[in-house]
Design a protein around this ligand. Sequence first.
Ligand code: PRP
Ligand code: MN
Ligand code: MG
Length: 181
Amino acid sequence: SSHMGNDLEHVLYTEKQIHARLEELAADIWRDYHDKDVLLVGVLKGAILVMADLMRALPGSAPMDWMAVSSYGSGTKSSGVVRILKDLDTDISGRHVLIVEDIIDSGLTLNWIRANLTSREPASLEICTLLRKPEAAKVEINCKYVGFDIPNEFVVGYGLDYDERYRNLRDIGTLAPHVYS
Ligand code: PRP
Ligand code: MN
Ligand code: MG
């Protein structure tokens, strides 16, 4: 709605900056995968816009698939214990897989997904994330393609939500305090 832009306190990255960075990442990815029949694996729901813009920035076409996972336990913090809500449609055994994420926060979600997918014996497994919070890391995630490292602040927009809202914002930013009250 028209007032939602005002719910951002501080814009970290504009739509234009996001798209420019994704163009660079897409060039890097295609340099590495143009001859490898890569499968892009998005993590629902936050990664939907990164996937849409990244795959359109690739110089060639690549198939995509999706996983949906949920953290066990209460509260907003990831526990690291995950269950699969929607599994891949694709058998990734022997495939070159590139996970596409919006953000690595504690790293617990991707740590679990990476271990789960590794057990299926892909030919290779790498990660592309638009955002990463180095100060929030509880586990080290070896991530080959990173858009931006950001401070340890709660951010929304461009797929990232607060209570399922604000995913539609074109920019990425921090939420204004009045939203929480
Ligand atoms: C968010 C985000 C990442 C994950 C990162 O997903 O999209 O997938 O948290 O957090 P972590 O590194 O601390 O595990 P969320 O669980 O909110 O689901 P969503 O993508 O549907 O918003
Ligand atoms: Mn997510
Ligand atoms: Mg979320």
